[in-house]
Design a protein around this ligand. Structure first.
Ligand SMILES: [Ca+2]
Length: 122
């Protein structure tokens, strides 16, 4: 199951890169979709810009993906009212910012959630 999920993420990345290579503007090729069961984040408001999506219930340091302080919108169509938790790295420890109970769709992320550096997916 986990392997299938990871392949899905690669496919999304491949599609996105493919669009870039043919010169389609990011705004036109933005993928606002988010499959049921996943948590999807964007670095632009209204589900625009770059996208990452996560499925496994784990703590993800999105800073290591180059996503420190870049969260601007997200979709949480996870099943079973799963709770995603957002954290900021304050220099010495992880501080809890806020949580999202599925299903929830936030087109404009406000402070302090914009300082997110890690997400407990569920
Ligand atoms: Ca931060």
């Amino acid at each position: 199951m986990e392997k299938i999920k990871r392949m899905g993420a690669w496919l999304v990345a491949a599609v996105f890169l493919g669009a870039s290579f043919v010169g389609v503007p990011a705004s036109a090729s933005a993928d606002a979709s988010c499959p049921s069961g996943w948590l999807c984040i964007w670095d632009g408001f209204n589900y625009n810009g770059h996208k990452q999506q996560f499925y496994n219930c784990e703590f993800v340091n999105i800073g290591k993906l180059g996503w420190s302080d870049l969260l601007r919108s997200f979709k949480n169509p996870q099943t079973g009212h799963a709770v995603a938790k957002f954290y900021n790295w304050n220099g010495s420890s992880w501080e809890f910012l806020d949580s999202s109970v599925a299903p929830e769709y936030i087109p404009v992320v406000n402070f302090p959630l914009r300082t997110t550096d890690a997400i407990q997916i569920c």
